[in-house]
Design a protein around this ligand. Structure first.
Ligand code: SF4
Length: 352
């Protein structure tokens, strides 16, 4: 029997947040600003949250970033409470790195298909059947899966880390994203055995329609996140993590960008390249399934109403907790990632 999960799992998607009027939005924003001050809290938001959430994080002195930078920012900030606008594993990571802080989330129901598709019991058995491999897990995993790993990694440093481990002669067990695992294997030539998880957003970008779009916009560059299928990656002018794609939009000379990642990234990308035209890469469309609209249904749960509620009420419905023993075990591979990322940054600066 295969230990790998059924990747065609159906996930129970959350309902879309209720639409608010302009006046309601303004009232929530004012309320959130006040509550952040009163609670000594700072907002840490992911690139895939809605633009109005990213704008609020920026205006209130918080950050908008990828999961690696969110983790760094949150642990370095002096606020006693972090309001993490993202999905659950991001809140857990914040708690693991900053146990002394209160970590609030707009909802603890914001999942991630990569996390859901890698349950600890099956993953533990998979690792146990390959004891000769170094276990590297993507940040999009539960605290329990991180605790089972030798290394945690984000997409922004995945190729460099696997290259490093390969240079030490290590064989890799990679989880959970199969597309990113295949991508790092191809980039590094390392021996990588992949868990077969997938991101429901990136898995849905369509090759044929992307080819047609490229023909329609010959002046456009195609930017692709490596969680996308191989055939989509093959059409890319740049492949990278969210922050790397924003950087690519700046450095590539093209006037138009076709972007194959969650459309939440458009907020920061457009700030970086105000003169360029950004286009969503084609999926099967909103009318197809909830999984096929270039926007993560769990990221969309981070609405203004839920943020105000979490700051007002706190408590079990919003506060992230990670048991101390589990936290200690998950901290080791996370710290390895952070110090590897810091060394990498130093080397890049040194070589610049
Ligand atoms: S976009 Fe994909 S990887 Fe990111 S949180 Fe949503 S399901 Fe997970």
């Amino acid at each position: 029997m295969s230990l790998l999960p059924d990747t065609d799992n159906f996930y129970p998607f959350p309902p879309k947040p209720a639409r608010l009027t302009a006046d309601e939005k303004q009232a929530y924003r004012d309320n959130i600003r006040r509550l952040l001050r009163e609670r000594d809290a700072v907002m840490v938001a992911h690139y895939y949250t809605d633009p109005e959430i990213q704008a609020l994080a920026e205006e209130t002195g918080g950050c908008v970033a990828d999961s690696l930078e969110m983790a760094r920012f949150g642990s370095a900030h002096s606020a006693s409470t972090l309001l993490v606008a993202g999905v659950r594993f991001m809140g857990e990571t914040a708690k693991i790195l900053s146990p002394e802080k209160t970590i609030l989330m707009p909802t603890l129901q914001a999942e991630c298909s990569l996390d859901l598709g890698c349950p600890i019991e099956a993953f533990d058995a998979f690792c146990a059947s390959h004891p000769d491999r170094t276990v590297v897990v993507y940040a999009n995993t539960s605290a329990a899966v991180k605790a089972r790993a030798d290394w945690v990694v984000t997409s922004s440093i995945a190729v460099e880390l696997i290259e490093h481990l390969d240079s030490l002669g290590e064989k890799i067990l990679w989880a959970p994203d199969r597309h990113l695992g295949r991508y790092v294997q191809q980039q590094t030539g390392a021996d990588v055995l992949c868990w077969q998880g997938a991101c429901i957003v990136h898995d849905e970008f369509k090759t044929q329609a992307l080819r047609q779009m490229k023909a329609l916009y010959p002046q456009a560059a195609v930017l692709v996140h490596p969680e996308s299928p191989q055939a989509v990656v093959d059409l890319a002018d740049a492949v990278g993590s969210t922050s790397q794609l924003i950087q690519a939009a700046k450095t590539l000379p093209h006037s138009h960008m076709i972007v194959a990642t969650d459309r939440g990234i458009f907020y920061k990308m457009q700030q970086a390249v105000p003169e360029k035209i950004l286009l969503e890469a084609p999926t099967a469309g909103e009318g197809a399934t909830c999984r096929s609209c270039a926007h993560c249904p769990w990221m969309a749960m981070n609405g203004l109403q839920a943020i105000a509620q979490s700051l007002q009420q706190g408590g079990e419905a919003h506060e992230v907790d990670v048991a101390d023993e589990l936290r200690q075990r998950a901290l080791t591979p996370l710290n390895r990632m952070l110090s590897f990322a810091a060394d990498l940054k130093l080397n890049v600066k040194g070589n610049a």
